[in-house]
Write a protein that binds this ligand. Structure first.
Ligand code: UDP
Length: 373
């Protein structure tokens, strides 16, 4: 098949890189980059680190508001897709670039495949939830990562075999990449570059829209400060700061407490390294939630809902939803990562963590091969 993969953000570059070897073996695949993330730290470095070839088409739609970006992407995608005439358009996840790719494919009557279909947080105010719902309803070939996502789709009337659709649970593409990168991440020596050591720091990432408001920024900064001071410990929080969140902190005029060490966004392998050896992870990222769960690192989620319930305690993971509530966060930290055992737990995890490959990349490539839209 001739495939056009539409990507644009950091997690999509990571997913496209995870899928690429399997897709390349069976298909001819063209990479179209919308440019939603455009600087080196959020985009450029991942091409190099993950062996992704330069995009075949770059649409350079960066730095716009949500609606303006969506409109510009669709407008620029149309001639590119007309020229490429792919047998299918492949979109990943739940971003504006994914929605633009899906709408452009629909407008041109091109078959659409959605990787990471069927995820639902139940919160329709989230831009990502709006995007994924629309894209799932437009797609002909859907790749939910697991049975919960299959059930979510069925609840909306999207079932395998009905209306010419194929719904195939293929596993999680990000798990494939996590599995192959884990051996390199076991090496804790890069931590010295951040002046921390295993089990003696908390790793954080924050980027969701709901955490960028004036009040929200202050609230989660206070949560991070509380976690760093918890239990009389001085366990710094290392925050890999997303540029959009950096702007939000600045606009809110919020002060970053000295317990929170800001570092630049990191590459993929370094991010896994920082997660594997941390006492705990604090995040609102979907990807980081899952990676922490696979690695066995306790995760405090700065949200009230999640589309990845299997990462939560009681459901197979070691995560807890804490919102922006310092009390809940401290309670979860004390339960999941008590200070007394944190160093030994991190050292054990670094030695013993096992992440089996999900086989998602191969399953996606095979399903695309069989698909007759
Ligand atoms: N990530 C990264 N560098 C960072 C922070 C995250 O490489 O500084 C990786 C992370 O390990 C995961 C992916 O980016 O693989 C998650 O992307 P992000 O948090 O931007 O989006 P989400 O998963 O919430 O859609």
């Amino acid at each position: 098949m001739r495939l056009a993969s539409v990507v644009g953000t950091r997690p999509q570059l990571i997913k496209a890189a995870a899928a690429r070897p399997a897709l390349e073996r069976r298909h001819r695949s063209v990479l179209v980059d919308t440019g939603q993330h455009y600087d080196d730290e959020m985009a450029g470095r991942f091409f190099e680190e993950l062996g992704l070839p330069a995009p075949d088409r770059s649409l350079r739609v960066g730095g716009l508001s949500r609606a303006a970006a969506l409109a510009a992407m669709i407008e620029r995608l149309e001639p590119v897709l007309v020229e490429l005439r792919p047998d299918a358009v492949v979109v990943y996840g739940d971003t504006i670039s994914t929605l633009a790719g899906a709408l452009a494919a629909a407008a041109l009557d091109l078959p659409l495949a959605h990787v990471e279909a069927g995820l639902r947080s139940g919160d329709r105010r989230m831009p990502e939830e709006q995007n994924r719902v629309v894209v799932d309803h437009l797609a002909g070939l859907l790749f939910p990562p697991g049975p919960e996502a299959v059930a979510n789709l069925a609840a909306e009337g999207i079932v395998d075999g009905a209306a010419g659709r194929r719904v195939a649970a293929v596993g999680d593409l990000m798990q494939d990449l996590c599995a192959v990168t884990l051996p390199a991440a076991r090496d804790a020596s890069p931590l010295a570059g951040f002046d921390v050591s295993p089990g003696r720091y908390v790793f954080a990432t924050v980027h969701r829209a709901e955490n960028r408001g004036y009040a929200a920024v202050r609230e989660w900064l206070a949560v991070l400060d509380g976690l760093a001071r918890a239990d009389g410990a001085r366990r710094p929080v290392v925050l890999a700061l997303h540029p959009g969140t950096a702007r939000a902190i600045e606009e809110a005029g919020a002060a970053v407490p000295p317990t929170v060490r800001i570092i630049a966004p990191q590459g993929y392998r370094m991010t896994l390294t920082l997660q594997l050896h941390a006492a705990a992870v604090v995040t609102d990222s979907g990807g980081v939630q899952r990676e922490a769960a696979w690695l066995g690192t306790p995760a405090l989620v700065l949200r009230e809902t999640t589309e990845w319930p299997e990462t939560l305690e009681g459901h197979g993971g070691r995560g807890a939803l804490v919102g922006r509530d310092a009390g809940r966060a401290l309670e979860a930290l004390a339960r999941l990562a008590p200070r007394s055992g944190a160093v030994a737990a991190a050292e054990r995890r670094a030695r013993e963590a096992v992440v089996p490959p999900a086989g998602a990349a191969e399953a996606i490539a095979a399903e695309l091969e069989r698909w007759r839209p």
